[in-house]
Ligand binder design. Structure first.
Ligand SMILES: [Zn+2]
Length: 115
């Protein structure tokens, strides 16, 4: 291989790595933004119950907030899963923590990894 081809190949490889890193950084930022929204919703829910202790889970405000919370938590989980899979990791089928694909047992929960 000629020197100029090697330079081109190395530059292309570096470009792909930078793009993957940028995608990953953007996904991490999305997760932080979503977690901030989730925390604000939890605080709002806490304030509702603090100001009205007789409030029940069927109150329309509580129903609306919990539905929004579920939606945001699902988005966070999906983003985290995408980040882990981009790093060559798969979520543990028991505890959900990201693990290298070749692990036989999860070091977090100790259970066998299902392939
Ligand atoms: Zn696990």
């Amino acid at each position: 291989m000629e020197f100029s081809e090697k330079v081109k190949e190395t530059a292309a490889k570096a470009g792909r790595t930078v793009n993957a890193w940028a995608d990953c950084a953007a996904a991490h930022l999305d997760v932080l933004t979503l977690e901030s929204s989730r925390d604000k919703l939890f605080a709002e829910l806490g304030r509702l119950f603090y100001h009205d202790p007789s409030l029940t889970a069927t109150d329309p405000r509580v129903v609306r907030l919990t539905a929004h919370l579920k939606e945001i938590c699902a988005k966070i989980d999906a983003k985290k899963e995408a980040i882990a899979s981009a790093k060559g990791k798969i979520p543990c089928s028991h505890c959900g923590r990201p693990l290298p694909a070749d692990y036989a047992f999860c070091p977090h929960c100790g259970r066998p990894c299902e392939k």
